[in-house]
Design a protein around this ligand. Structure first.
Ligand code: F6R
Length: 239
């Protein structure tokens, strides 16, 4: 793993934006795996800026998002689809036919097969962007006794509900989601993980220095050959 400790989330956003723009310039039809949540927002801001300045075009880029809540309409203001539309897709020239999203209201088994086939049909994910949960989750693969493979329906843990329920004001936060599995994430050619803030410090330490165990799902990244981690000083405090 390559570890970069930068001053703040704006600097991280700039660095990750540059990696993604370089990938698009060398492979205009590349496939990006995207995350939601606070961690990638500065990166999405920088990508929008780069697009607005004419430095990059997403017209041939395909994307697949990591996860989506169950029991929430796709267009609900708290859905991850809405998050992506507001933070990135509506502000760049991406072809929405090239945007892959898990349907949180579909049958999980058939949705898992559909997503795996769609990713494979595009030639696999070139760059997978990740955040990390306070409990070490990646996507919504929560700590458990085994690593998952393809997309599946997960029951969210209390730690994840506590962290994310602040965003829900009109409906209770769903307790289930469909998430890409650990296997799907590990098949990406390159992985970039962003973590900021003191609340991530223990999970970051377990991911980098702890044993590889499904009790800290992010620790599996130690076994991937091309992972770059971007941290601010607070998230790196226990390294
Ligand atoms: C989001 C996702 C999650 C988040 C993680 C960190 O698509 O898959 O794993 O990356 O919960 O969330 P933030 O960035 O909000 O701290």
């Amino acid at each position: 793993m390559k570890i970069n400790i930068l001053d703040n989330d704006a600097a991280i956003g700039e660095a990750v934006c540059k990696i993604i723009c370089d990938e698009i310039k060398s492979k205009p039809g590349c496939v990006l795996g995207l995350a939601t949540g606070a961690s990638p927002v500065p990166t999405y801001k920088k990508l929008v800026e780069a697009y607005s300045k004419g430095e990059v075009s997403f017209k041939d880029v395909s994307t697949f998002n990591l996860d989506e809540y169950c029991d929430l309409p796709k267009d609900h203001k708290n859905s991850y689809f809405t998050f992506m539309r507001e933070n990135l897709f509506s502000k760049i020239d991406i072809d929405m036919n090239n945007v892959g999203f898990l349907d949180g209201n579909a049958n999980a088994d058939s949705e898992s097969e559909r997503y795996a086939a769609a990713i494979e049909a595009k030639g696999g994910i070139d760059i997978q962007l990740l955040g990390i949960g306070r409990n070490g989750h990646i996507a919504f693969n929560e700590p458990s006794d085994s690593f998952t493979d393809e997309a599946w329906k997960v029951t969210l843990t209390q730690s994840t509900i506590d962290a994310n329920s602040v965003y829900f004001d009109d409906v209770p936060m769903p307790h289930h989601a469909i998430t890409m599995g650990i296997g799907s994430i590990m098949r990406a050619k390159k992985i970039i993980l962003i973590a900021t803030g003191a609340s991530k410090a223990q999970a970051v330490r377990d991911m980098i220095n702890g044993p590889v165990t499904p009790q800290c799902p992010a620790s599996v990244l130690q076994q991937h050959k091309d992972v770059t981690v971007f941290l601010d000083r607070a998230a790196a405090a226990l390294l």
